[in-house]
Design a protein around this ligand. Sequence first.
Ligand code: NAD
Length: 457
Amino acid sequence: MPTLPIHDPATGERIDEVAADTADTVARKATAARHAQPAWAAVPMAERLAIGQRFRDGVVRELEPLAVTLTREVGKPITQSRNELNGLLPRLDFFLEQAEAAVREEHVYTGGGMHEEIGHVPLGVVANISAWNYPWFVGCNVIVPALLTGNAVLYKPSELATLTGLAITRLLHEAGVPGDVMACLVGGGEVGAALVAQPIDGLFFTGSHATGERIARSLAGRFVKLQLELGGKDPTYVRADADVKAAAESLADGAMYNTGQSCCSVERIYVHEAVHDAFVEHFLAAVAGFKAGDPMDAGTYIGAITRAAQLDVLEAQVRDAVARGAVLRTGGTRGAGPGNHFPPTVLTNVDHRMALMREESFGPVIGIQRVASDDEAVALMNDTRYGLTAGVFTKDEAAARKVLARVDAGTVYWNCCDRVSPRLPWSGVRDSGMGLTLGVAGIQTFTRPKAWHLRSP
Ligand code: NAD
């Protein structure tokens, strides 16, 4: 039986070792899920909602040990682990409040002896291959609405957040979801690939563009519903009329929270030349206030870099930018070991020849570029293969709406950033992905419409 070692990225220490899946056990779990799904779909919605509520109760009951587990395995500061778990609760409430209405049959026409209805039927067996950076959010965005709408779920948490994945699965089982309806698959990319090879009805992926593309290629020709939530290079523009200090403080948090490892982290900042220098000073002051260190310390704001290989990416982006003329204002090289650490890093005098302004950094590293007009800012914001989020800081709502309407992204922000709402659809365009989670549409996405044409005798 293979095993998966679990390491603490803040210390490099091995903290656990868990049994891993193989291609055989993945196939067995997929077959069991296929057999179990129809009975689960036949469970009355009220009962599935009660199970969902008990899952929520379990999260609340175990919130502190769950936060500690998350911090130990991904290096997220403990305060931010607690925030993720507390932030999950309104998402669960939204799903529990909306699921029944979202999949209720719709009566759309009666006339000429005909009656027409739209039903929403579960996809069947859905696979969720997930990321480590917000494992509770990205896992539950799929698993919970998929289960509430009558699907069986084969869930492959990231190998870097496996203990959390196992905890999510255990709490769902304890709440009453049958074991075969909700299965956790433990392992790395090879276990994910074995899952993709199963006869599934939907694949919901959160992770990097490279893996998403690989999965899309393996599914080609199989007509399996595919959703991809991938990376971004999210820009924000600070106009000359913005509250510069407030914008700098908000954007420093948006760039560095979760140690910069958020899909919607602020990754590029464009500042109007009239306020550029003042903005940079406020930004550096905000960053200087971020305490880095032991993620278990409640005062720590910058934790560990979860994936060791990302340290090379961050250093390479800084080196490339500096070689092309950027000015390194703070940070720039990895911290001393043990563990994976990188300080908050700010570069100015940057431009789009630099990988720093084109490729996802996924760490506490940010470039700030001077611009002369709204038009220049919009052109630079759209000069990317990604399209997850984009924002603008200004006192002028009409100007904000005008800028944001021209930016091609799934989510846009006025005077805020790095924000997700359960009520709004979460989606990316171009290389940031396809499909959506959250919002009512993010519940219906786990069903397919069935058209009923009914003639009374
Ligand atoms: P990753 O692509 O390395 O891994 C994601 C998952 O894919 C893991 O579970 C991994 O085991 C699995 N996997 C790897 N190879 C596979 C294969 N060949 N077949 C099937 N599965 C395979 O990504 P990551 O490092 O876990 O996550 C970070 C990325 O996720 C960043 O780019 C981030 O922006 C993105 N992300 C996006 C969102 C969003 O909502 N758009 C949310 C969170 C993270």
